[in-house]
Design a protein around this ligand. Structure first.
Ligand code: ADP
Ligand code: MG
Length: 411
């Protein structure tokens, strides 16, 4: 199959919203009256952002989802995208046994950990220096079945959000996926990082930490049971970009960002751009039932602690699971996957793709109504204060040591 057949078959769809789509030297796009273009690119690199054996349908979804998330964070309506893709493409299916790409849900932890290690190694180790495994990774290929699945995942999400693929570039090379997305927003209503005001409340959509928790499991840093892993893995492989929320936040939020690198890092960008500080309540951070249950030992009941004791309706500390702490895998601080790791997932874990935004306290009730209307939980997690930096309070009001939790890792 030629490059052009490949583009035609897998990446060409009708583009009624563009003046010109795939097939010429450039697409022609016209923003609707009163709008400017919001433009953003995000690249997913094999071995850095995903494992070589990632499920291709979910990968297609995620490749677009991370870009849609940037549109959401700007309050922009996504319209068009281009896709630049490097493919280790091999004709036919005869090579697929070299490096199968099973559904990641079927993987064992050790298998995927090994893949992660060797895939990362293959990016830095010249051919010939690696083990048999890293050589195998270098030979990783995709075939037509892979392309069909990738394309189906990409276009399923594109259709859901009314996004048209209007162009791109296709080349042979180590698997690399780069989308540029184009959205529309009235210039004055774009949500910027720089608009946070002292006194604003800080909000987060959805739940934090599930994607990082699933990744920690795949890397063997924590052991989740099958039910827990099943609940978290969708957050990692199929994040839902909060486009509808971004649109309704126009005229309400003073600043916004999407959480791709972890809450503290991304909120940190808002604080820096707005030259303000923040105070966050750890207990107000929205987490899934899986994380909530695992964290509950942080808040032991004030008395008793008898298994299955009837819940005390007057305190929020009463929902401790009745199981023996020792049976909660990884709870022990001394063991891998302890409470520190859970905190790290929530505060510093990447790949959440939720929105973090600030809004005047006067809009609080309105935001709760929006949450109900969108059927998307919104949690008020703290407030913007004068000064610099972010303080996270624990349940007793003491500041958490967030340096120890990975904040500032790269500075
Ligand atoms: P050129 O050589 O002029 O850059 P190409 O041969 O790279 O053009 O691409 C031909 C057409 O196919 C262009 O319109 C380009 O935008 C489109 N295209 C190439 N790769 C992709 C892709 N992966 N997805 C969508 N469109 C693509
Ligand atoms: Mg080209």
């Amino acid at each position: 199959m030629s490059e052009f057949d490949l583009i035609r078959r897998y990446f060409t769809r009708a583009t009624p919203g563009a003046l010109l789509g795939v097939g010429d030297d450039a697409a022609l796009l016209q923003a609707s009256a009163g709008n400017v273009l919001a433009v953003s690119s995000d690249m997913l690199v094999c071995g850095t952002h995903f494992l070589p054996n990632a499920d291709p349908f979910m990968l297609g979804h995620k490749t677009l989802a991370v870009n849609l998330s940037d549109m959401a964070a700007m309050g922009a309506a996504p319209r068009w995208a281009t896709l630049a893709i490097a493919l280790p493409f091999v004709q036919g299916k005869e090579t697929s046994h070299e490096c199968p790409h099973p559904n990641p849900l079927d993987e064992t932890t050790s298998h995927s950990t090994r893949l992660q290690t060797t895939a990362a190694k293959s990016l830095v180790t010249p051919a010939g220096e690696g083990t048999n495994e890293s050589l195998r990774e270098l030979m990783f290929t995709v075939d037509e079945a892979w392309l069909a699945q990738f394309s189906a995942g990409f276009f399923a999400l594109a259709q859901q959000h009314g996004v048209e693929l209007v162009g791109g570039d296709t080349t042979r090379g180590p698997l690399n996926l780069c989308v540029t997305i184009f959205g529309e927003v009235p210039a004055q209503q774009a949500l910027r990082r720089s608009g946070a005001q002292v006194g604003d409340e800080i909000w987060v959509s959805g739940c934090l930490g599930d994607a990082a928790l699933a990744l920690a499991h795949l890397q063997g840093r924590i052991l989740l049971n099958a039910t827990e892993f099943a609940a978290c893995t969708a957050a990692l492989h199929q994040p839902q970009p909060r486009v509808a929320l971004g649109l309704v936040l126009r005229g309400i939020a003073n600043s916004a960002i999407d959480i791709s690198d972890g809450l503290l890092a991304d909120l940190g960008h808002i604080l820096e751009a707005s030259q303000v500080g923040a105070e966050i309540e750890f207990d107000a951070l929205p987490v899934s039932a899986v994380l909530r249950e695992r964290l509950t030992p942080l808040n032991p009941p004030l008395s008793g602690g008898k298994p299955n004791s009837s819940p005390d309706k007057t305190t929020s500390h009463s929902t401790r699971p009745s199981k023996d702490d020792d049976q909660v895998a990884g709870y022990d601080k001394g063991r891998p996957g302890g409470v520190e790791l859970l905190k790290q997932c929530i505060l510093c874990g990447g790949d959440d793709y939720e929105l973090c935004f600030t809004a005047p306290a006067a809009r609080h009730a309105e935001l709760l109504n929006i949450a109900a209307r969108l059927d998307l939980p919104l949690a008020c997690i703290g407030k913007v204060v004068a000064g610099r930096g972010c303080i996270v309070h624990d349940a007793s009001g003491n500041p958490l040591n967030i340096e120890a939790c990975g904040y500032d890792h790269f500075r």
